[in-house]
Design a protein around this ligand. Sequence first.
Ligand code: SF4
Length: 254
Amino acid sequence: MKTKSRKITLGTKEWADSNVNCYYGCSNNCRYCYAKKMAIRFNRKTEQNWKVMEPNQKAIEKGYSKRRGRVMFPTSHDITMESLNGCLIVLKKLIDSGNEILITTKPILSVIKIICNNFYKKKDLIQFRFTITSIRNKLLTFWEPGAPTFKERLKSLIHANKQGYKTSISIEPFLDENPFLLVDELIPCVTESIWIGKMNYVYAKNVKINEAIFFKNIQEINTKENLIRIIEKAKTYERDNIQIKDSIYNSIAH
Ligand code: SF4
């Protein structure tokens, strides 16, 4: 298959011009988390305490002015009940300055309800990007042990959509061989794009015998054949809102 030459803008640069974070660590503790890898490498966190979320007071207390382009919040932690207060403070400052915000989260319904209520009058500045990587809780529990169930994330999407917010989805990394079962389930509540990306990094130390199957499964779904199948299938959707991340194009180019 021929692939046209593309400018590679891996990770969050495909989605926004700048990022804001206000906590260290993330209780979701995903096994593929690149932020965790970097935090451990630069001695900001350890494997053991990554899931303990600590407020970055400087980031919470400082002012935020209008930035050029879209701001993604957060990128190296999630918005959970325990981090919600700090996140609301930062979000308010960003929004009050007129910034356009992409809120990325593995959503918890109660948290999404509060965010929707708090910023209802400024909802035009907000787009939600909910990360939903599989329809199967067995896979979610293994790869994203502290994150909400599929049902909880789906309910959050339905709620934000009903409230009139812009909604989009990140299926990155896709965990099912065929991510379109998930796409079809979510698409009625999605007003913007659905992004599909592959797993680029995985923390695979101390893997137990009964866990090896999960890692093998990721290798199997990331074959060139399956990635090409996904690209082709995305083209069959009438609405032009299924987007393939550069991580996939990059992978099949070699
Ligand atoms: S939700 Fe994001 S930041 Fe948190 S552990 Fe998972 S990948 Fe890392």
